[in-house]
Design a protein around this ligand. Structure first.
Ligand code: HEM
Length: 407
């Protein structure tokens, strides 16, 4: 296929598309390995739709994440007068926006602090937080699962892990929501400033009073006498808090939505809660919380499935599309918690593979097991067919999920 053919149909990534996400991706994936699309503010992007191509792209050094250059590439590709949100320098200079060797250096330092052991040590605390939230739910006849469960659990875990004090947790939720909401530039700018200011104070505080938390470990982390500067610490903590929050929320909520939509799946998990680890992998594959998220730009021309993407273009690696590619997952539209969903790309792949995958899996497994054991007869309070999705180019999540927590 030639480059021009890939241009013929250019869907806009808008609220209608999000509402009908998987059906639209299935059409596109069947038709072409690379689809030109346009974001609501007019930015042309190239979406990679098939599993093998997506996996290869995530590991391809010709695709760059370098934040300073990506900003220029976006500016060059946007139509004049379009509404463009500037990156906040202090927060956006984190490792997910970097290529090697800068990325390698930062990742080594954070991996030393954010160890498997530190994550596993959180298990009893995650179970405790989960039990408390379930207790609160048990007192109500109807709740929004997002508000009552899926939101508070990860924010509390990541805040405690990092060392954010309790009195600022609501601020954090408000700031991250505003930052991820594509609609209000000024509010997002103000939220970024407020968050950077708070993180600066928090780092100063931890330097004076070290604690057994991740921020203190990050401050202390060294590699060949190298350590994180204050600026790098702020960006790193920002990345952890944002990446560690909204994603896990939607893994839990999207997963429960599909379990409730398919009572046989819910019954299977209720009969054998040990299926939970496989169920979480299937939830990640079937309707993971990041729809593209993984945008990059072509530092050099990049051939993908016979289409050549020129240099200097924004590329979205379509994780949601790749995870339902029938070439990789038989009957991909079937949600089946007993299938082998191994190899899904919901956590990315390659050097930027999700640093928090172990934590996200742990939280989701504890949350689901808790939910199914505590409320074996949980039902939806309302129609599950017209579930409303939030509009975001990054996150795939519901606006609400009303449920009846019957025991
Ligand atoms: C990177 C997904 C939870 C921290 C990524 C990437 C994906 C992803 C797709 C790669 C992005 C890219 O290549 O452009 C998810 C999902 C989660 C989740 C689906 C939950 C279900 C978490 C949690 C944390 C976290 C809980 C932290 C506590 C990070 C970090 C990176 C990352 C720091 C950047 C890694 C790097 O640049 O080397 N995540 N994430 N994530 N994630 Fe997650």
């Amino acid at each position: 296929m030639s480059t021009t053919e890939a241009h013929t149909e250019v869907p806009v990534f808008d609220a209608d598309f999000v509402h009908d996400l998987h059906a639209r991706y299935a059409e596109i994936r069947d038709a072409t390995p690379v689809q030109r699309m346009v974001t609501p503010n007019g930015l042309p992007v190239w979406v990679i739709t098939r599993y093998a191509d997506a996996r290869a792209a995530l590991a391809d050094p010709r695709l760059s994440k370098e934040v300073t250059r990506i900003r220029d590439v976006i500016a060059e590709n946007l139509p004049p007068d379009s509404d463009h949100r500037a990156f906040d320098e202090s927060l956006a200079s984190h490792m997910l926006n970097m290529d090697p060797p800068d990325h390698t250096r930062l990742r080594k330092l954070v991996v030393k602090a954010f160890t498997s052991r530190r994550v596993e040590a959180l298990r009893p605390r995650i179970e405790q937080i989960t039990a408390g939230l379930l207790d609160d739910m048990a007192e109500k006849s109807e709740v929004d699962l997002l508000d009552a469960f899926a939101f508070p659990l990860p924010i509390q875990v990541i805040s405690e892990l990092v060392g954010v004090d309790e009195s600022r947790r609501d601020d954090f939720r408000a700031w991250t929501n505003t930052l991820l909401d594509a609609s209000d530039r000024d509010a997002a700018g103000a939220a970024a400033v407020a968050m950077a200011q708070y993180l600066t104070e928090l780092i100063e505080h931890k330097r004076r009073q070290p604690a057994d938390d991740l921020l203190t470990a990050l401050i202390d982390s060294t590699e060949d006498q190298d350590r994180l500067s204050d600026k790098e610490l702020i960006a790193m903590v920002f990345l952890l808090l944002v990446a560690g929050h909204e994603t896990t929320v939607n893994l839990i909520a999207n997963g429960v939505l599909h379990l409730l939509r398919d009572p046989d799946q819910w019954a299977a998990l209720r009969a054998d809660p040990d299926l939970v680890a496989g169920a979480v992998e299937e939830m990640l594959r079937f309707d993971g919380p990041v729809m593209h998220g993984t945008f990059r730009f072509t530092a050099e021309p990049l051939p993908v499935g016979g289409v050549e993407i020129p240099a200097g273009q924004i590329v979205w690696v379509g994780l949601a599309a790749a995870n339902r590619d029938p070439e990789q997952f038989p009957e991909p539209e079937r949600f089946d918690i007993t299938r082998d969903a191994h190899g899904h790309l919901a956590f990315g792949h390659g050097i930027h593979f999700c640093l928090g995958a172990q934590l996200a899996r742990l939280e989701a497994q504890i949350a689901l097991r808790g939910l199914v054991e505590r409320f074996p007869n949980l039902t939806a309070a309302g129609s599950l067919d017209d579930a409303q999705w939030r509009f975001s180019t990054l996150i795939h999540g519901l606006r609400a999920l009303p449920v009846r927590p019957t025991g």
